[in-house]
Design a protein around this ligand. Structure first.
Ligand code: R5P
Length: 310
């Protein structure tokens, strides 16, 4: 088994390597003066079960291209099996045609990864589970519950918990967590009554006097979570917390979140934390390295992954 790190998230790759007690295989990743990317695997991988770890996070196109080139290098280096380990799968939000001549870029990215040489994909909390079907190779889409539930139980136990989906699209994820935690469920329904009039947030469910915990797959600009946190407070929530898998946190997201009524937002390290994230008083990062490492080991040993979630 060989582990190779792309340049998107070295701390996570190091942590997976420490969990598995397998050193990272050296790779030479560099850019030419015109920004073309070059990846060379510096150790023999002939006949090996190779895992290349790369989130397609910001800068998404560079990290994606690096992943594709690494797949090609591993294939030409005669690796026996190549797994693209993509803790954060970018472009996942472009998973359907949103207009007459719009692309489905998540499908295009799946095609590219497969054509480049991946034999399988290991990822986490895809924006939409159906994206697994965009690939014609096996995809293991890990769920975050084994990481978030112990953290929730250690920090926010009690009978006044309410799990909240910050939008209608996240109800399945929120309902699953509420069921596992034995907590109530609420949903925020955003509506724009008329064009040009700002959105109204309807809170469906009882949140008054409750500790509300929003769950989402992605926090990007922070708009969804911060607006939802405001609506929950207006509806009498005692505290508002958030658990989000992928901290994309672009633009002014961190300022927005630190100034919001969110007591705490817990994110994973699927995307490497910037200094600003590390300094933010109400953002905490928890690691998915043991979960990804364990899943990789089970893939290597041809053992069940679903057993991790029972
Ligand atoms: C949307 O469907 C996703 O689940 C997230 O709610 C969304 O991507 C968050 O984006 P932002 O933080 O920019 O509101």
């Amino acid at each position: 088994m060989k582990l190779i790190a792309g340049s998107s998230n070295n701390p996570l790759a190091e942590a997976i390597s420490a969990y598995l007690d397998i050193p990272l295989t050296q790779a030479n990743i560099k850019r030419f003066s015109d920004d073309e990317i070059f990846v060379e695997i510096m150790e023999n991988v002939r006949g090996e079960d190779a895992f290349f770890i790369q989130s397609t996070s910001h800068p998404a196109n560079d990290h994606l291209m690096e992943l594709l080139i690494a797949m090609d290098a591993l294939r030409r280096g005669s690796a026996r099996r190549i797994t693209a380990v993509i803790p954060y799968f970018g472009y996942a939000r472009q998973d359907r045609k949103t207009g007459s001549r719009a692309p489905i870029t998540a499908k295009l990215v799946a095609n590219l990864i497969t054509a480049a040489g991946a034999d399988r994909v290991l990822t986490m909390e895809l924006h939409a589970g159906q994206i697994q079907g965009f690939f014609d190779i096996p995809v293991d889409n890990l769920i975050v519950a084994p990481v978030f539930i112990p953290h929730l139980q250690d920090n926010l136990n009690g009978d006044d918990l309410c799990i909240v989906s910050p939008d209608v699209g996240g109800v399945v994820r929120a309902r699953a967590l509420a069921k596992r935690m034995g907590a109530d469920l609420a949903i925020i329904d955003k509506r724009r009554e008329k064009a040009g009039v700002s959105e109204v947030m309807h809170v469906i469910g009882e949140v008054k006097g409750k500790k509300c915990i929003m769950v989402d797959d992605i926090v990007d600009s922070g708009g969804t979570l911060c607006n939802a946190a405001g609506a929950l407070k207006e509806n009498g929530a005692k505290e508002v917390h958030a658990y989000v898998v992928h901290g994309v946190l672009s633009g002014k997201a961190i300022e927005r979140i630190t100034a919001s009524p969110l007591e705490k937002m817990v994110i994973t390290d699927s995307i490497a934390a910037t200094e600003a994230i590390k300094k933010a008083h109400n953002i905490e990062q928890v690691s998915i390295a043991p979960l990804i490492g364990e899943a990789a080991r089970r893939i290597h040993e041809e053992r069940s992954i679903s057993a991790l979630f029972k």
